[in-house]
Design a protein around this ligand. Sequence first.
Ligand SMILES: Cc1cc2nc3c(=O)[nH]c(=O)nc-3n(C[C@H](O)[C@H](O)[C@H](O)COP(=O)(O)O)c2cc1C
Length: 374
Amino acid sequence: MTRSKFEKEDMPDTEKNREIFNRKEEHLKIPLEYDVQHSINYFDDIKLIHHAIPENDLERVDLKFKFFNKEISAPICISAITGGHPVSKEINKILAKAAEQENIIMSVGSQRIGLEDPSTIDSFKVVREFAPTIPVIGNLGLGQVGSTYFKEDDLTNCIDMVNADVMAIHLNALHELVQFKGNVSYRNFKANFKKIREHTSIPLIAKEVGSGLNKEIALSLDELGFDGFDVGGAGGTSFAAIESKRNNFDNDMYSRNPADVFREWGIPTPVSIVNVRCVSKKVIIATGGLRTGIDIAKSIVLGADIGGFAYKFLKSSWQDRKNDTISNTVKEIKTLKNELRSSLWLMNLENLSELKNKREKCVLLGDLYLWLNQ
Ligand SMILES: Cc1cc2nc3c(=O)[nH]c(=O)nc-3n(C[C@H](O)[C@H](O)[C@H](O)COP(=O)(O)O)c2cc1C
């Protein structure tokens, strides 16, 4: 096992890698065993406008979308979940096979461990093996790209590991904050990003992981040269809630666990979509608390292009792993497509562009209305 490339070490190498390895497994299991979802889901405050006599036939509603240079069958993304652990390899294989079969986007989890421990690389490579044609999104974190030890080769290696079509840089400041010995210094991020931007030919997207994006950061990331966004807003999986279950709180120093106190922190996903769309014309993936195809439609009406799901596909693939199948995951994707198609049909729309950013086709209620009208 090699020394961590991105942080000054105050733990021996093997202990550090074992810690990342255990964390990977706990991150998969905790959302399945405990309720780590945000307590409020702001998609409930969006109502889509019904049209009593749809003029099109249901099956003629067109869900196809061009994601950079690849056409997908529907605007659905399996969000970044995992990699780096034998269980992750099985999960990634299931997700990749299902995504390939249904022609949607597949993301891998953080590839940091793949850079640090070559024995874990196959848990990422398996994705391209079973998903040769669909768009695959690679993943590396703010903590690595913002590190003094970051090298441009690190990004190239991640791209090569999965033959990525697109690379996501995940922004997870809250997660790092509430994690034991998390990385909370990103001063080199802009300078490092500018270097990789110059030398990277594939699209780079900025991805939050559950705390959302405000207008100021969206504009700054747009100007910095990102090609798109995954808003990763509040409303779904809460990484603070996951960390609060990992029992890694330093209670000698503080009287309350920050992971409990910051459990609900963040900008709701629908608000984050509007924030980004106000300042950028680039592609937006809406992730964070989407539950059905109706939530994809609600995201698109606010200006997003694609709906992303992590928790839902973690659940379906876990079930598939037990039964040695991909049928639950495939069924989930088909269900999302059917719900999205039905939503458009009930709104008398023929395709996604008739829905995108058409605010007159929805009504905003309650706290979401207040968020957006401050
Ligand atoms: C088990 C698990 C692991 C995750 N790991 C990553 C990761 O490595 N990189 C990343 O960008 N996001 C990661 N995420 C965040 C998701 O991609 C997504 O942004 C977030 O969970 C919100 O979506 P959801 O409400 O559908 O779960 C992870 C989420 C879960 C549930």
